[in-house]
Design a protein around this ligand. Structure first.
Ligand code: MF3
Ligand code: CO
Length: 249
């Protein structure tokens, strides 16, 4: 599938979808606390998205049963909200999608609850910063895999590993569009970026091994060594200069 270039009217809708997605994460951050269940947090996220006349982007996607993915500690991505209560010291990744007027926003943040180890704090900060290192190459004229390489280099320089089994993606009228965006170096440059492309860049970073395992619930992905993992994602618009980060509010 070719990479689509969004028109100005499509970009307007992507901006609204992105803003709703970013605000939903902000609402989640305001409500996250020790003792809350991940289902309660998910409902708060869903209610916010619907209050903005948008639709949760993940709910029923390939049978996914919630509006967010909430992945704790060794869980990498796709943790299903449920009765589990958050505890002090938990490293909590929340991934949210919203559809507005047919267009998707997709973003994730990792939050630390109360006191945690210095290593966990560094993990969360390196994961966030690896996104910003990557998007230094997110502009027209650059090649897609320059982003991938910059993410990996920054993460590995800091002693952590990038997950290879899951990737970022183009986004628009579908949550997952071309191209796939790995967070590690490829042996080619990849497609040239052009203004009007919309991409979800999403480093998933592990303290230990990059190997991951899928659980029997069909969704949750955990690290093979059970060490902590973090996730940071934004939907961005490629421009001639700096990218526009659509899900940052
Ligand atoms: N943000 C995730 C992604 O980019 C979407 C979660 S998958 C779902 O692939 F099933 F939960 F929707
Ligand atoms: Co995504």
């Amino acid at each position: 599938m070719p990479i689509t270039i969004k028109s100005e009217s499509e970009i307007k809708k992507m901006r609204v979808a992105g803003e709703i997605t970013g605000k939903a994460l902000e609402v989640a951050e305001k409500n996250i606390c020790v003792g809350i269940t991940t289902r309660e947090l998910d409902k708060i996220i869903e209610n916010y998205i619907r209050s903005r006349n948008a639709v949760p982007g993940f709910l029923n996607y390939r049978g996914y049963p919630a509006s967010s993915c909430i992945s704790i500690n060794e869980e990498v991505i796709h943790g299903i909200p449920g009765e589990r209560k958050l505890k002090a010291g938990d490293v909590v990744s929340i991934d949210v999608g919203a559809i507005f007027d047919g267009y998707y926003g997709d973003a994730a943040r990792t939050f630390i609850l109360g006191e945690t180890s210095d290593e966990n704090k560094k993990l969360v900060e390196v994961t966030r910063q690896s996104f910003f290192e990557g998007i230094k190459f997110a502009k027209s004229g650059c090649h897609l895999f320059e982003i991938s390489e910059a993410v990996q280099d920054y993460v590995e320089k800091n002693g952590f590993s990038v997950v290879k089994d899951y990737v970022g993606h183009g986004i628009g009228t579908n949550m997952h569009e071309a191209p796939e965006i790995p967070n590690y170096k490829q042996n080619r440059r990849g497609p040239k970026l052009s203004a009007g492309m919309t991409l979800a860049i999403e480093p998933m970073v592990n303290i230990g091994t990059d190997r991951v395992i899928s659980l029997d619930d069909g969704w949750t992905v955990i690290t093979a060594d059970k060490k902590c993992s973090a996730h940071y994602e934004n939907t961005i618009l490629i421009c001639d200069g700096e990218p526009e980060i659509l899900t940052m509010v």
